[in-house]
Design a protein around this ligand. Structure first.
Ligand SMILES: NC(=O)c1ccc[n+]([C@@H]2O[C@H](COP(=O)([O-])OP(=O)(O)OC[C@H]3O[C@@H](n4cnc5c(N)ncnc54)[C@H](O)[C@@H]3O)[C@@H](O)[C@H]2O)c1
Length: 313
């Protein structure tokens, strides 16, 4: 039994809840912080010691005592919501991150891992994206950059061991399907299982690098335990991209609904292409293992059994 204590902010969200379950299965003690603004209680594994708190609140500092590693995932990350609320976005994503860094610094936490985003590359039309060039434009991306810069500053000023992970489009069980504009995989699956036509914004030719959440969790474990990743920034993507139309077809191939998508006006501020350069990550011994088809099947099974209560495929 591994008794190290790991603190996860955003533990009730999509990636955070999957990470917590993974860590509990690996034998770690897990402390979770979330204010449930987006995440839900049902997402949280019962083994997690959960604190309903806001990352902006200094009341969280005592929770860092005795913690080995912090995964900082809590953020305001719905693009449209961020665009409409820039002040709150910077408060949560920048100020909130500094508050979490402060908690970790004061308690002498061994390792800090920050959840960054491929949106940092949105202004660069040169693919695949390499970690050394960023050009954030949107409110969301700029706020995530600001937080990443504070991580860099804490690393240099205080010698903290910090790793920045730039996630591409992560998908899998517990992806939030309730949002006004839900993530593409979960929204398509939900609609198609209910025999409703899914909505595609734009012409469906935007290409995204999708990565299954279990592959991300294998990267999390490596970031936590492998000193070669200290002080570095890494792309967590698959190195392959698919158009939104491809994703619709892949789900349709599994579900055979006969439905066609509804095309609506494009959404503002969305990148046309994302594609990760993962050559450096591969040299560390990590590579994505879950194929798109397998990842979609697992996501469908989850939504069928946990959300809609239908029988499995
Ligand atoms: N999902 C992706 O594809 C993706 C891609 C790139 C980056 N990221 C980053 O990964 C992280 C996790 O993303 P996710 O998809 O799991 O998002 P999510 O919205 O499902 O989870 C974020 C969690 O943070 C919580 N939270 C928000 N504000 C808070 C606050 N002030 N105090 C405490 N908790 C708060 C929410 O309630 C939610 O449970 C985020 O930092 C996001 O920017 C995600």
């Amino acid at each position: 039994m591994n008794k190290k204590t790991i603190l996860v902010t955003g533990c009730a969200g999509f990636i955070g809840s999957n990470l917590c379950r993974w860590l509990c299965d690996e034998g770690y003690m897990v402390v979770g912080i979330d204010n449930l603004s987006y995440g839900t209680l049902e997402n949280i594994d019962p083994r997690v010691i959960f604190h309903r708190k806001d990352i902006r609140d200094p009341e969280i500092y005592p929770l860092f005592e005795g913690v080995d590693t912090v995964f900082h995932l809590a953020a305001k990350n719905c693009l449209i919501d961020c665009l409409r609320n820039p002040l709150e976005t910077s408060e949560i994503n920048v100020y909130g991150t500094v508050n979490v860094l402060e908690g970790a610094r004061r308690a002498g936490v061994r390792k800090f891992i920050y959840a960054d985003t491929s949106a940092e590359y949105e202004g660069i039309m040169d693919f695949p994206s390499r970690v050394d060039r960023v050009c954030p434009i949107s409110t969301y991306a700029v706020s995530k950059r600001g937080a990443a810069l504070f991580c860099e500053s804490y690393r240099k000023l205080f010698g903290m061991r910090i790793t920045v992970l730039r996630y591409f489009n992560v998908y899998g069980p517990a992806q939030d399907w309730r949002r006004v504009v839900p993530p593409v995989m979960s929204s398509f699956i939900m609609k198609m299982l209910k025999r409703e036509r899914p909505v595609i914004y734009g012409n469906g030719e935007k290409r995204r690098d999708f990565i299954y959440v279990d592959d991300v969790n294998r990267f999390h474990l490596m970031a936590m335990n492998d000193e070669r990743l200290d002080g570095g920034t890494f792309n967590v993507g698959s190195g392959i991209n698919y158009s939104i139309n491809d994703i619709f077809s892949a789900i349709e191939n599994i579900l055979r609904t006969g439905l066609t998508p509804i095309y609506r006006e494009d959404l503002p501020g969305e990148a046309q292409i994302t594609l990760a350069d993962i050559s450096r990550e591969r040299t560390l011994g990590w590579e994505p293992k879950v194929s798109l088809e397998e990842g979609l099947k697992r996501s469908i099974e989850y939504i069928q059994s946990k959300v809609l209560g239908m029988s499995l495929l």
